[in-house]
Write a protein that binds this ligand. Structure first.
Ligand code: GRF
Length: 213
């Protein structure tokens, strides 16, 4: 099987990237991680990727100042040089311009820690608790020019418990992010996009107290 070459863009911890690397090493994985790139030279995820034997690149955005297009052009050159076919944003904390979005239109994915279209943007877990929603979760979507608004590829739901605070909810959502992103990318790399994740609810049972009797 020819594996699709994936470039992962990160800015920090890189736990989703790590999950994608682990998934890429399964025997039947339809993708490989060709490159991990960060706008933040100090991103912890760069060390994690390097330790896993993945090629890493840091392209610091700061010297580019307000010239976002020039920064993105430098990123695009590295992605293209690595033969990247699919770009995965994984905690990449820069707003993208039409330059990069347009170049990878239809082949750039993002993971967002909420059930979009609810709670786009930052601090999703605190906002979910504040709003009193009973279901929260994560979304993998295609990237378009509007932040957190591209077509949804898959979602996983997480119940919000009365005992939850921001950290406990974030931890349960993050565990689902790792599963969902890897599964969705595997489908996408086989040109089977847009499928809902049929196993999400099985992996993510309701707590006993919330189950129907
Ligand atoms: C994740 O919650 C992701 O959904 C969001 O930023 C966080 C990145 O975490 N976009 P990590 O760097 O993948 O650990």
């Amino acid at each position: 099987m020819t594996r699709k070459r994936v470039g992962v863009l990160i800015s920090g911890r890189g736990s989703n990237m790590e999950a994608l690397v682990a998934a890429s090493r399964r025997t039947e994985a339809p993708f490989e991680i060709a490159l991990v790139l960060s706008n933040n030279p100090d991103a912890a995820g760069l060390g994690v990727a390097a330790d896993a034997g993945i090629t890493t690149v840091a392209i610091d955005h700061r010297p580019y100042r307000s010239d976002r297009a020039a920064h993105e052009m430098a990123i695009a050159h590295r992605l293209d040089a690595a033969g990247v076919e699919i770009v995965c944003l994984a905690g990449y904390m820069r707003l993208l311009t039409p330059l990069l979005v347009g170049r990878y239109a239809g082949r750039m994915l993002n993971i967002h820690p909420s059930l979009l279209p609810s709670f786009p943007g930052l601090h999703t877990h605190a906002r979910a608790i504040e709003a009193g929603v009973k279901l929260h979760g994560c979304t993998v979507h295609l990237v378009t020019e509007s932040m957190d608004e591209g077509p949804i590829l898959a979602q996983a739901a997480v119940p919000v418990l009365l005992s939850d605070d921001e950290d406990s909810l974030a931890a349960r959502v993050l565990a689902q992010e790792h599963l969902l992103y890897a599964d969705t990318l595997a489908l996408f790399a086989q040109d089977r996009p847009g499928r809902a994740d049929p196993t999400a609810s099985l992996r993510n049972p309701l707590p006993e107290a919330a189950r129907p009797s």
